[in-house]
Every structure is written in structure tokens, then in C-alpha cells.
Ligand binder design. Structure first.
Ligand code: NDP
Ligand SMILES: O=C(O)C1=N[C@H](C(=O)O)C[C@H](O)C1
Length: 269
């Protein structure tokens, strides 16, 4: 029989935090073992499942050591500064991390990689199966369409999203750039305005749309002469991210350290 996974959820009052708590409660092989929120949050000290009208006995904590004492996994969908604070304590306590937060600097990513020498970490800007399959399709498409096609990435998200372009759009850009032997840092164009001049064919353009309750739409366009290929993924529920996070926890259960991606979890690597 498989052991039950004791999972803590960071950002437990957020959009993903609520979705993750529901997913953990519904999974036979998982147990809610902690819930973290920021100091000063009105939720601190209250039952983490009060928003569902039920009691779990797990109280929302802002003290990271207290909130993680019963956990072996932390699922973190917060903000980069929150994730970095959680990372330090998880490393100290030997708690494995599933990181869904987006918007990290290169320096923060390097710190996460360094911590993975001591603890197992899965980090991905998108935990959905569909997006990770799309990343493979993009690699294939970019290699086949390496001459004569202009590449643009368009993403749309809800009005509350704070980072742009989305982590997923950036990952798509990285995959396409790598397939073409380019470095995204050298060829990305983030928005255009005024007299821009003609398009440089070596660039990969990004466009960001924000509004309403869009869960997450991403389209990569390969625009040639006489034809256009568009590869699109649309999320209609955050549950796909939560389920991907639980798959990642199961994957990390047997690993003591190392930095993994969703392609490792899904066997696509
Ligand atoms: N990898 C993936 O599959 C996905 C990634 N995401 C990413 O997850 C992150 C969260 O998204 P979402 O749930 O929509 O955001 P929300 O704003 O709804 O939730 C964020 C949560 O984190 C808390 N938080 C904010 N700052 C800190 C901090 N410094 N320390 C600790 N906790 C903090 C918030 O608390 P408070 O409300 O008090 O500010 C809130 O509980 C984003 O980066 C988003 O891009 C989202 C969906 C899928
Ligand atoms: O903030 C969101 O909502 C999402 N963020 C992730 C990203 O930045 O790519 C994943 C998903 O698109 C939803």
C-alpha cells in the first residue's frame, strides 16, 4: 500500500491555494499537513478549509517552521519573494517543493537550483498535461519551420495576474528559441509601439492580454508566406494545475534531491 503524502499548501487563500486544498482533500493518497499564508492575513489562525464550510483541524500559519512541521511536501503558488522565503525553510527542514509560482529572476532561479542539491524540487510555469504536450509540439514545429516563418506568442489571462508575459509564454519562447538554435534573451521582443520598422525575422514576439476571468490562453503563431500555423492551448479550469501538482508530489516522493520539470513528471523528457 502507498504511503499517504503529507502536503502543505502555501498561498492557501489564493486562487490556486484554494484549488490545491480541494485537490489534496479529494485525493486518497494525500493529506493536508499544513497551510501557509502571509503574516497579517486575516486567515492566519483559522481552519484552512473554512472556505469550504468544513473543518480540517489544520490552521493557517504564517510562521513557516510551525506551518511545515508535519509536512513532507510544500506546494507553492505564491509570488517569487514568498517562494524564496519558503525555499530557505524547506531546505532547512528537508521538505520537498513543488513550485508553480512564476516571475522569478535569473538569480532566484539559480538559488532554487542550488537548493535542489539538498531537497527534491519540481518547478514548472504550467502544471497542466496539455501545455506540456504543447511544448513538445512546439519543439517539433519550430525545427520543421526554421526558415521563412515569423514566430509570435500571444497569451491572455485574468485581470488579477501580476506578471507578464506569463511564465508559460516565456517557456514556450525558450523551447522555440532553443529548437532554432537561438537564445530567447537575444531575440525576444516584448511588445511594440510607434514606428517600429519592419519585423526582424530572427525575433520572437510576445503579446499580452489581461482581462476578466480568463484562466489561461496561449497561442504560438508560425507565420509564413501563404500560410499560418497556430498552436493554441486554453485552460478552462485551474484544477488541471492542481492535479499536475499532485502528480509532481507523487513523482518527488521517491527522490531525495534534484531539480525536475513537468516533462520529467509526465515522462516527456
Ligand atoms: N505553474 C502553474 O501551473 C500555475 C502557476 N500559477 C502561478 O501561481 C502564482 C499564484 O497564482 P494565483 O493563485 O492566481 O495568485 P493569488 O494572488 O490568487 O494567490 C497568491 C497567494 O500567495 C500569497 N502571497 C502573496 N505574496 C506572498 C508572499 N510574499 N509570501 C507568502 N505568500 C504570498 C497570497 O496572499 P495574499 O492574498 O495575502 O496576498 C495568496 O494567498 C502566480 O505566480 C501564477 O503565475 C498560477 C496558475 C498555474
Ligand atoms: O497566473 C495565472 O493564472 C497563471 N499563471 C501561469 C503562467 O504565468 O504561465 C500558468 C497559467 O497560465 C495560469
Amino acid at each position: 500500500m502507498t504511503a499517504t503524502l503529507p502536503i502543505a499548501v502555501a498561498g492557501c487563500t489564493g486562487r490556486m491555494g484554494h484549488m490545491l486544498i480541494e485537490a489534496v482533500l479529494a485525493a486518497d493518497d494525500c493529506r493536508l499537513a499544513g497551510a501557509l499564508d502571509r503574516p497579517g492575513s486575516p486567515a492566519v489562525g483559522h481552519d484552512a478549509t473554512a472556505f469550504l464550510g468544513q473543518a480540517s483541524g489544520v490552521l493557517v500559519a504564517s510562521d513557516l517552521h510551525a506551518g511545515l512541521k508535519d509536512a513532507r511536501f510544500l506546494i507553492d503558488f505564491t509570488r517569487p519573494e514568498g517562494t524564496m522565503a519558503h525555499l530557505a525553510v524547506c531546505r532547512e527542514l528537508g521538505v520537498k517543493m513543488i513550485i508553480g509560482t512564476t516571475g522569478f529572476t535569473d538569480e532566484q532561479k539559480a538559488q532554487i537550483e542550488a537548493a535542489s542539491n539538498d531537497i527534491a524540487i519540481m518547478m514548472a510555469p504550467n502544471m497542466s498535461v496539455g501545455v506540456n504536450v504543447v511544448l513538445r509540439l512546439l519543439d517539433m514545429a519550430a525545427r520543421a519551420l526554421d526558415q521563412g516563418y515569423d514566430i509570435e506568442i500571444v497569451e491572455a489571462h485574468h485581470r488579477h495576474k501580476v506578471d507578464a508575459p506569463s511564465g508559460t509564454a516565456l517557456k514556450m519562447g525558450e523551447v522555440v528559441a532553443a529548437a532554432l538554435g537561438r537564445d530567447l534573451k537575444d531575440c525576444a521582443v516584448y511588445g511594440r509601439e510607434g514606428v517600429t520598422g519592419e519585423r526582424d525575422p530572427s525575433t520572437i514576439g510576445f503579446a499580452t492580454v489581461r482581462g476578466g476571468d480568463v484562466v489561461g490562453d496561449h497561442t504560438v503563431m508560425f507565420m509564413g508566406t501563404g500560410e499560418r500555423i497556430e498552436i493554441t492551448h486554453k485552460s478552462s479550469s485551474r484544477s488541471t494545475y492542481a492535479q499536475g501538482s499532485l502528480r509532481a508530489a507523487r513523482f518527488l516522493a521517491g527522490r531525495s534531491h534534484g531539480l525536475f520539470g513537468m516533462d520529467d513528471v509526465l515522462g516527456l523528457a
